[in-house]
Design a protein around this ligand. Structure first.
Ligand code: FE2
Length: 737
């Protein structure tokens, strides 16, 4: 096998920009002066690197683009492409936890997209079916869209929330008990159960503003994307909502089953019932709807904006949670943020409303307006119909807890030798659960775990081992009084004989078709993915004795005349928006320092200014701070007096970029190299024939800002980043060849 004579120092200071009349001779001359060992022309070198990259990075079978078919709509029930991986059994208690995990990790579970599509339609069915049966006014009470009607509806909803809040404060000031968070130990329990949805905050907006977003919708999606950016902290981890929530959970007493080893939102630990117990499926279902919406930005834009409009409104629950967390001396920042940042004047409520109003303006006929409005309503109804909070405890549950609380001291010694575990194999012995020192912090989880255990047959107290054991001839006979036994029996009787999941599945069956009937005869169709995601693999070769060349360093300069004269700068700008555009589809992975750098990079590429320690809110809507790369490309395109509208698809030379960008986590360092190369080239707009000074300046500004952000990652020594860099340079050269 040939061993190539390339060294990392090959490019260091080896080029001079703008002062070389002939590309090849100048490069050769320059190198012959300073690097006598360099024997290849630049063109040979980059072609070689390209060949190596193709050979080492991609499995050719994966890079063959699929033939596109835009002609046949795909019925919603006939989901194409990837075969569906088996999830859990139909009514398995963990079914939705597993779906949540797959959606949090779509790179490892590509079929999750299909499940998401199907499940989302079921959720639209259920929530619409229930809302249509309401007697009180809902957004469905506005049969035809008008801006005034919508604003009136939202104002009324806001006034109602305020009235409920005032009434709550009045109840509390006259001695009423807390209504959501009963005490500090309950807070721990409550916050843990609510975590699935809190860990995906904002994810429904994650796909809206991408390189293939139609140009006429980009002002709208930019506003929505800015909301996402603010949810994610605008690049400051301390302000990232998911991070703030995770810190809140960490701040709780970690020496108990409520928060121990809860894991990150995308971890297997997080869905493990022995570590994170709970029968309540509300928060899991709500989170699944949010993750799923984020996967279909093109197919479900009206639904997403409708969902966002409802979700960004300040709710009574948020106000109460903030108030009651403060009462138990826990940090209410997460909930406070959702009161302040979501305000209807300059915050997310106002931005969400603006996005919907602007979307409705794009409708070109009454029929289109009616259809779009119904889809906005469906999205709004979805958000309103899915509770993100755990259900409150009933009075009987509180009574049961009180009985066990009174007995826990005596029970500990009585159960020292008892081997029975409550909470499955990984649960705890009864004596451990009843440890008086830990009882207060564990009791809510105990109730949850006991109710789900083999000691209880829901709805059937007489058949329950718990009741049998405390009755005559049982091992705990005499431990509970008649009244206490009655309370325990009532508790079991109140439990539904149908599990929450089974009931949910029945609701799905009953509501089937509600969404399609409501929005009309033209349901959205799932767009087939043109290109499959590619997971970057290092080396794939059948040859065992292949000696690969060392990949050259990423240079600090390149001669601008490596760019072919006929290269269209619009293509460069379009490509520059692509590498990291799918990264934010995981809220959990975004809530990291790396995620913040990606977010800041995307903010620059989307034309958003650095806001420091503040929030732009509606300022960006009324006075946008800058143009993004796609908008710059659009300007260049119109400067060229092109008749055809600008194409938002890169040509097939760039298929590798589209494919790898779909798996941003596994291809991260490669994509960073790609992103760097693209902004590197943007710093020399003249090389691409950009004559407009204003656009040139903006391209250079974006280039400088993005390079600064990326440098913080320290990617230059990363081999994958080097590959990404040279792959990009080669593609630019080849595209025009
Ligand atoms: Fe949030």
């Amino acid at each position: 096998m040939v061993s190539y004579n390339l060294t990392p120092s090959t490019f260091d200071g080896g080029f001079k920009i703008n002062n070389l009349p002939n590309f090849l001779t100048d490069v050769a001359g320059n190198f012959m002066t300073h690097h006598q060992y360099f024997t290849l022309s630049l063109y040979t070198l980059v072609t070689l690197v390209f060949t190596i990259s193709i050979f080492t990075i991609f499995n050719p079978r994966q890079t063959v683009p699929k033939e596109r078919d835009h002609s046949i709509p795909i019925p919603m029930d006939n989901i194409p492409h990837t075969p569906i991986e088996p999830l859990k059994d139909e009514y398995h208690p963990s079914k939705y936890r597993h779906l949540y995990h797959h959606l949090q990790n779509p790179e490892s579970h590509p079929a999750a997209r299909n499940y998401a599509w199907k499940h989302l339609h079921q959720l639209f069915d259920i929530t619409l079916s229930k809302a249509l049966a309401f007697s009180s006014p809902t957004i469905l009470s506005i049969p035809k869209y008008s801006r005034i009607s919508l604003m009136d509806f939202l104002s009324t909803a806001e006034r109602n929330t305020l009235a409920q809040w005032t009434s709550y404060l009045s109840r509390r000031s006259s001695g009423g008990k807390p209504e959501m968070i009963l005490n500090r130990s309950h807070a721990s329990h409550f916050l843990r159960l609510a975590a699935p949805a809190k860990y995906v905050d904002g994810v429904w907006l994650s796909g809206l503003h991408r390189s293939n977003t139609p140009l006429h919708l980009r002002q709208i999606t930019r506003t929505a994307w800015q909301i996402l950016s603010e949810e994610l902290g605008d690049g400051d981890l301390a302000r990232n909502h998911v991070y703030i929530y995770s810190q809140l959970l960490k701040s709780l007493n970690t020496n108990n089953k409520n928060t121990t080893n809860l894991g990150a939102g995308d971890s297997l630990l997080f869905i493990d019932e022995s570590q994170n117990p709970g029968k309540d499926i509300n928060s899991w279902i709500a989170a699944i709807s949010q993750l799923s919406l984020g996967m279909f930005p093109q197919e479900l834009l009206p639904e997403i904006l409708g969902f966002n409009l409802a979700y960004e409104a300040v709710t009574l629950e948020t106000l109460v949670c903030a108030h009651e967390l403060r009462e138990v001396r826990l940090d209410p920042t997460y909930f406070n943020l959702h009161v302040t940042i979501d305000n209807a004047d300059s915050g997310h409520t106002a931005m969400a409303l603006h996005a919907v109003i602007e979307l409705m303006k794009t409708c070109k006929s009454i029929e289109e307006e009616d259809n779009t409005w119904r889809r906005v309503q469906a999205g709004y109804t979805l958000a309103q119909g899915l509770s993100v909070n755990p259900r409150p405890l009933t009075q009987v549950e509180l009574d049961v807890l009180e009985i066990f609380s009174n007995k826990c001291g005596a029970a500990t010694s009585a159960h020292l030798r008892c081997k029975a575990h409550i909470g499955g194999a990984k649960g705890m012995k009864l004596g451990e659960w009843m440890d008086p020192e830990k009882w207060e912090e564990r009791k809510y989880t105990f109730l949850e775990v006991l109710g789900s255990s083999s000691w209880v047959v829901p709805g059937r107290p007489e058949e329950s081992k718990l009741i049998q054991e405390i009755s005559w001839k049982g091992r705990m006979f005499g431990a509970f009084t008649v009244n206490e036994t009655t309370v325990l029996k009532n508790w079991i009787s109140e439990m539904s004989t149908v599990s929450a999941i089974e009931q949910f599945e029945r609701d799905i069956e009953q509501a089937k078709g509600s969404y399609i009937r409501f929005i009309g005869s033209r349901p959205p169709v799932l767009n087939p993915q043109d290109i499959d995601p590619v997971h970057h693999t290092t080396i794939e070769t059948d040859s065992e004795d292949l000696i690969l060349p060392e990949i050259p360093e990423i240079p600090s300069e390149l001669p601008i005349n490596i760019v072919p004269k006929n290269f269209d700068p619009c293509r460069l700008l379009l490509a520059a928006s692509t590498p990291l555009q799918h990264y934010l589809s995981s809220s959990t992975k975004s809530a990291t320092r790396r995620g913040m750098i990606v977010l800041k990079t995307l903010r620059v590429l989307n034309g958003l200014a650095d806001v420091g320690n503040l929030i732009a809110g509606m300022d960006e809507v009324t006075n946008p701070s800058g143009l993004g790369v796609i908008e710059l490309a659009q300007r260049l395109h119109s400067n060229q007096a092109q008749v055809q509208p600008m194409q938002l698809e890169l040509d097939t030379n760039w298929n590798w970029l589209n494919s790898t960008s779909l798996s941003p986590e596994s291809n991260f360092w490669f994509l960073i190299g790609v992103q760097y190369a693209l902004v590197f080239l943007m710093h020399s707009p003249e090389a691409f024939g950009v004559m407009d000074d204003d656009i040139s300046t903006k391209m250079q500004e974006i280039s400088i800002r993005v390079k600064e952000e990326l440098e913080a990652l320290g990617f230059r020594v990363n081999e994958e980043s080097k590959r990404g860099f040279w792959m990009t340079i080669n593609t630019v050269i080849r595209e025009a060849a």
